[in-house]
Design a protein. Structure first.
Length: 534
């Protein structure tokens, strides 16, 4: 262990391990892939906003997507502020339109968050080994690993929150207000990127107001040294986030409300059967993507042990963890309806795991220093970490291929999950993959990106429309229309071409009147001109 006694050598080891683990997760291959795998729907929504900025004038306050929607212009906003989408568009303006730039930017932010966690743990425990083990452990969460380079905003928001906490601890240790302002600015970025990125920040606000209320009783050992200025700084940041939320809601109301949700999806709006079904799927499908079950059980065990030994830990850690846990339960209740499939909704809840582990390590350091410093304990935890790296590597790789050795010979994935991913990859190749390379062919046919098309079948908002960079419509929305009614409505809204990617659709009687003028065929995709049908 002598080789890693100095802080800088621990930093070097952190990056070596981080990059090595990323290779096990096949990042070197994923960087060059188009949006793919589960939740490709949401991936293409994010990419669509960035690409429309890039293609259509860089108007920050006017985000839009490829799916044109009821207004016919595609103008719509997600709940998050489009800071990263806009930054990606700027990078594309400089270096050209390459999706790997977006993936690498997301990865850079994620790795910066992990490094901030490493520095944070090292700052709080003065132990480089525990800092390395805890920070890399977060990288063994399948949803963190998968979405770190996958276009969504949840991992960047969590990563900003980790950076914000690092600078807040620097402020606490040095009492320098500069670090406080930096931390609040980074927390602001987290909240604007995804409001749930602030789930670990909310307890801090309660602690601030508690200190203000009890100021006369306890003037010493305060967490906040300039409460008035600090309250005003936090309020200013909150006002900025609230202003964007109001603007986003207003923007969608006057354009394409319904494409993206800005509302809560609470448990109490479901019946008992739906609640039971969601709970089963949350436990069997989503929680294994949150973390491996051993980590979940370990975290809950350590959390309970801290509550039992509450007299031996500082009030800050006790209150923080208790409020964070309460906030997580409240969050799960408010967004319960999406917990049957949307695993990325759990990403910002990941912070509970390192927060609990760090609090427990400090508890050990203060009360049982021999156990805290034990080489045997660190060795056992390292073996535990290696298992979870393997677990995450299998879960990450299977989302892209079932033929890689680490997936093919794994002992983690059961037959049901293996069959699902075999079906998914087979179906994608036969129905959707052609859209990844079809754009030049469409342009040769004389179809411009602004010529409105109908792309079926596609239940998403933007998957096929984004992949071929084509404005238009698909199967999403327009619930009042069915089959030929939908096509007629889209023609009324200006659709010129029909694009069919599933050959069996061509046999349906309702679609035959629109197949008079076939102008092209690309792999499994047939293209028809809808003009002059009568």
């Amino acid at each position: 262990m002598a080789l890693f006694k100095t802080p800088k050598k621990w930093d070097l080891l952190f990056f070596i391990v981080l990059i090595g683990v990323a290779f096990l997760y096949s990042y070197q291959n994923i960087f060059w892939m188009r949006p793919y795998s589960i939740h490709q729907w949401r991936q293409t929504d994010c990419l669509s906003i960035a690409l429309n900025y890039y293609q259509e004038g860089m108007h920050f306050l006017s985000p839009s997507v490829h799916m044109l929607g009821p207004s016919g212009n595609g103008m719509t906003s997600t709940s998050e502020c489009p800071l990263i989408y806009y930054l990606v568009a700027i990078l594309w303006k400089i270096f050209g339109y390459h999706e790997f730039i977006y993936r690498m930017l997301d990865t850079f932010i994620a790795f910066s968050g992990l490094y901030a966690l490493f520095l944070l743990v090292k700052e709080m425990t003065s132990d480089g080994a525990w800092a390395l083990l805890i920070s890399i452990l977060l990288f063994t969460s399948p949803i963190f690993a998968v979405y770190s380079n996958n276009f969504l905003m949840d991992v960047p928001a969590l990563s900003f929150a980790l950076m914000g906490w690092y600078y807040f601890v620097r402020y606490y240790k040095t009492k320098r207000m500069l670090f406080f302002y930096v931390s609040i600015f980074i927390f602001l970025l987290a909240g604007l990127t995804k409001i749930t990125g602030l789930i670990s920040f909310i307890p801090l606000i309660f602690i601030l107001f508690y200190e203000i209320i009890t100021f006369r009783k306890n003037k010493n050992n305060k967490l906040f040294t300039s409460p008035l200025i600090q309250v005003l700084t936090i309020l200013a940041a909150g006002l900025l986030m609230f202003s964007w939320t109001l603007y986003s809601i207003h923007y969608n109301q006057i354009h394409n409300a319904g494409l993206f949700s800005t509302d809560i999806l609470p448990l109490w709006k479901l019946d008992k059967s739906a609640i039971h079904d969601t709970l089963v799927k949350l436990y069997t499908l989503l929680l294994p993507q949150y973390f491996s079950m051993p980590i979940l059980f370990l975290t809950l065990l350590l959390f309970v042990s801290l509550l039992i030994n509450h007299k031996k830990i500082s009030k800050f850690y006790l209150w923080f963890l208790t409020m964070l846990f309460t906030g997580i339960i409240l969050y799960l209740v408010l967004w319960f309806q999406v917990l049957n499939v949307h695993d990325y909704y759990l990403i910002n809840l990941l912070i509970f795991v390192p927060a609990t582990l760090v609090a427990f390590l400090i508890f050990l350091k203060d009360n049982y220093p021999a156990i805290f410093s034990s080489v045997k304990l660190k060795f056992i935890f390292s073996l535990f970490l290696l298992f979870n790296i393997y677990y995450c590597a299998v879960e990450t790789n299977i989302r892209y291929s079932t033929s890689t050795p680490i997936v093919k010979y794994n002992f983690i994935i059961d037959d049901r999950n293996s069959d699902f991913w075999n079906w998914y990859h087979f179906t994608y190749v036969n129905e959707t993959k052609a859209f990844e390379t079809i754009t030049p062919y469409l342009r040769r046919l004389g179809i411009s990106r602004t010529d409105k098309v109908i792309s079926i079948p596609d239940q998403s908002i933007n998957i096929t429309l984004y992949l071929m960079d084509q404005k238009g419509f698909d199967d999403f929305g327009y619930g009042g229309f069915a089959n030929e009614g939908r096509i007629n409505e889209f023609i009324r809204l200006g659709a010129k071409y029909l694009i069919v990617s599933k050959p069996s659709y061509l046999d349906y009687s309702w679609i035959k009147p629109y197949l008079k003028y076939k102008i092209g065929n690309y792999q499994n995709v047939s293209i028809y001109d809808l003009r002059n049908l009568n």
